[in-house]
Write a protein that binds this ligand. Structure first.
Ligand code: PMT
Length: 216
């Protein structure tokens, strides 16, 4: 399937939510899955914008890369890159961020064994892209799940009003976070399909074929 003339935005990697100059909270993600999708979309002729959280990966050939750190920065970069034909949200965006950033490093208080952090929800990039006036024709999300995969993935498909959700099992070796391979269970309103296990580059290629076949 050619993507000539199409604009594709892909998000990849984690976001880091800074607590103080020395500490952050974030999700596990190497960026490999999102980078593989961006590389494959560019190989097929798309103009690709890759919005990457803090990862250590080279930029795929022909891809425009925007590096960000936090969920708020990723939200701004993705929505500023619209319009596009396809948005694929493979990033592991932090769901919560510290309510306040401390410009001074938080100190351990003598005699205190606990630290309480006030966290607030981040904005949902995927849901906001799906509800955006410049909504891409195809909005595809991921779901990292440890159990009840179909239940949670179909819930996200509906709640975030996206066209497709690619669920991967995390917490097992050989798929999901950081691994070179992945296995996806992909859900859309009319059906579902399993992809892999296979190297992430192969999974990316089959996923782009599936988006073309089932959603066009
Ligand atoms: O990067 P790798 O090491 O290769 O690993 C790949 C991966 C496991 C990170 C990837 O395949 C994956 O599953 N990405 C989504 C992980 C995730 O955060 O899932 P979620 O179920 O929490 O989020 C559901 C969807 O909402 C995702 O498309 C996510 O990008 C999006 N989201 C979530 C929160 C938020 N504030 N904004 C969002 O856009």
């Amino acid at each position: 399937m050619s993507l000539n003339g199409k604009q594709v935005i892909v998000s990849a990697g984690p976001t880091y939510e800074d607590i103080d100059p020395a500490r952050f909270i974030g999700n596990r993600s190497s960026g490999k899955m999102g980078f593989a999708i961006a590389a494959e979309a560019a190989r097929r002729g798309a103009a690709v914008v890759l919005v990457a959280g803090p990862v250590h990966l080279p930029t795929p050939e022909g891809v425009t890369r925007i590096d960000v750190r936090s969920a708020a920065q990723m939200h701004e970069a993705v929505t500023s890159a619209l319009p596009a034909s396809i948005y694929i949200g493979a990033a592991a965006v932090a769901d919560f961020t510290p309510q306040a950033f401390s410009s001074a490093k938080l100190k351990k208080k003598p005699g205190t064994e606990t630290l309480t952090l006030e966290l607030v929800r981040t904005r949902d990039i995927l849901a906001d892209v799906a509800a955006h006036p410049l909504r891409p024709k195809r909005v595809v999300g991921f779901a990292a799940e440890t159990n009840d995969i179909e239940h949670y993935a179909r819930g996200k498909l509906q709640a975030k009003r996206v066209d497709m959700i690619c669920a991967n099992r995390v917490g097992v070796t050989g798929s999901g976070f950081e691994a070179d391979d992945n296995a996806l269970h992909v859900f859309w309103t009319q059906g579902d399909a399993t992809l892999g296990p296979a190297p992430k580059a192969e999974v990316a290629a089959v996923l782009l074929d599936l988006i073309d076949k089932e959603l066009d």
